[in-house]
Write a protein that binds this ligand. Structure first.
Ligand code: PLP
Length: 459
């Protein structure tokens, strides 16, 4: 038990950025222009931007100093070696392939290992991972534990893989059609829920039984490690870095978006031990991203990530990070707002299907709630439901497993009073949720439609 209850931000603010207050009428006009898609808004029309925690964090003074030190040599820059050292200190894979963000690492990996007839199981694939797998003609399969599919069910590691289902799936499909198994830590799509070390070890054992490689989608590895330290038996006294290294030791490779637990505004990497796959991946990197010692990044970005990786495993930072996300979630739950529980690491997920039972899944309850939060309070969240996951490559639509609105917390950006404001607005909207109607889509692409689709209110 800690002595003081108040969560303080473990930093002082050195540089500030104004945010602009707008009226409900102004925001309604912006929504109409944006086709009711919050991705189409100008961000200076947003008051509190909880669209994503990806690349939206505030950098530290040491990271800004790294930006100044960045060496922009085309090949063999010292900034590359700083980056490599920082990555391998946590994830000692043989090959590290720098990319401009996580999806570029996914694109390269699945171009090498994917293709028609292949299947990639995961606890839950993130949307870009799924899209990159499906783009090659392979199948992306989600096998999270049953508890992870139910927003209100409490479980300490709701991101865990259903290992029985994984074994059965591999047995049924045959290992030859499965190039690798993936585990997403934490499970973003499933509510930012962690995966235990015990589960990772069990997945590793299944992979060993069938001779399959295991890859981590490690975007929020430090948050996952913090949950392991807090919740898993026998882990409380271990340094975070040790837990991270054990997670890495159970895998054969990883994809990473440095825009999350790299504490940077851009960047990512693919890391792996397999020499043949790495050679193919580097060829693709040169074709699409850049030379292997900078990939998709400037030297200054490599420095920012190198420093970010040192800061993100700091326990004072992680304690603040996870407790301040829980502060928002606990207040909403106490006010009777249905949320995915327990509260995840980087975001609070509101269960829009439960809050708006009058809006059917194909009228997109998550979209309706996200639009209302913006209109009423200038808060931008993100639908994670049928809009994001319901459309299939053949153009058919099915209901997503959950209809959520994610309020993602950018790292080190908002203070407690910003979050108190968010709590007040969400409560106000939730009390009137019965008055909200649904939406229909008027325009959409076939892939990743949530980024560009346009909507109109029904009725
Ligand atoms: C779990 C997970 N995997 C992959 C990605 C893709 O990373 P990026 O946005 O850097 O392409 C994200 C981004 O949100 C994510 O949350």
């Amino acid at each position: 038990m800690e002595r003081w209850r108040t969560i303080i931000e473990p930093f002082r603010i050195k540089s500030v950025e104004p945010i602009r207050l707008t009226t409900v009428g102004e925001r309604q006009a912006r929504l109409e222009t944006a086709g009711y898609n919050l991705f189409n808004l100008h961000s200076d029309d947003v008051l509190i931007d909880l669209l994503t925690d990806s690349g939206t964090g505030a950098m530290s003074s040491d990271q800004w100093a790294g930006i100044q030190r960045g060496d922009e040599s085309y090949a063999g820059s010292p900034s590359w070696f700083h980056f490599l050292e920082s990555v391998q200190a946590l994830f000692p894979f043989t090959h590290v392939i720098p990319t401009h963000q996580g999806r570029a690492a996914e694109k390269i990996l699945f171009s090498v290992v994917g293709g028609p007839g292949k299947a990639i199981p995961s606890n839950t694939h993130f949307d870009t991972t799924r899209a990159n797998i499906e783009f090659t003609g392979a199948e992306a399969v989600d096998l999270v534990i049953e508890e992870g599919r139910h927003p209100s069910v409490i479980h300490p590691f709701k991101g865990n893989m259903d290992t029985e289902a994984l074994g059965a799936f591999i047995h049924e499909r045959g290992e030859a059609s499965i190039p690798l198994v993936m585990v997403t830590i934490t499970n973003n799509t499933g509510g930012g829920q962690p995966v235990s070390l015990e589960n990772l070890r069990a997945v590793r054992a299944i992979c060993d039984r069938y001779g399959l490689p295991l890859f981590l989608d490690a975007c929020r590895f430090a948050e996952n490690a913090w949950f392991i330290k807090q919740r898993e038996a026998g882990q409380a006294d271990r340094p975070i870095v040790d837990i991270v290294r054990e997670m890495a030791s159970l895998a054969d490779g990883m994809t990473m978006s440095a825009k999350k637990d790299g504490l940077a505004n851009i960047g990512g990497w693919l890391a792996l031990n397999d020499d043949a796959w790495a050679a193919q991946a580097r060829n693709l990197l040169i074709l699409t991203e850049g030379f292997p010692t900078y990939g998709g990044l400037a030297g200054r970005d490599l420095e920012a990530i190198a420093q970010g990786l040192r800061e993100v495993v700091d326990e004072d930072y992680l304690r603040y990070r996870i407790r301040s996300t829980a502060y928002l979630g606990d207040a909403l739950v106490a006010a009777g707002v249905p949320c995915v529980q327990p509260i995840g690491g980087h975001a609070v997920y509101i269960d829009a299907a439960a809050l708006l039972p009058q809006v059917s899944w194909d009228a997109y309850p998550g979209q309706a709630l996200a639009v209302a939060l913006y209109r009423e309070g200038g808060i931008r969240g993100c639908e994670i439901g049928t809009v994001m996951f319901g459309l299939h490559p053949d153009g058919t639509q099915t209901q997503a497993a959950m209809e959520l609105v994610r309020l993602a917390i950018p790292r080190r950006v908002y203070t407690q009073s910003h979050i108190d404001y968010v709590i007040e607005v969400v409560r106000w909207v939730a009390e009137r949720a019965g008055e909200l109607g649904g939406y229909r889509i008027t325009e959409q692409p076939l892939q990743l439609r949530h980024f560009t689709a346009r909507f109109e209110p029904i009725g």
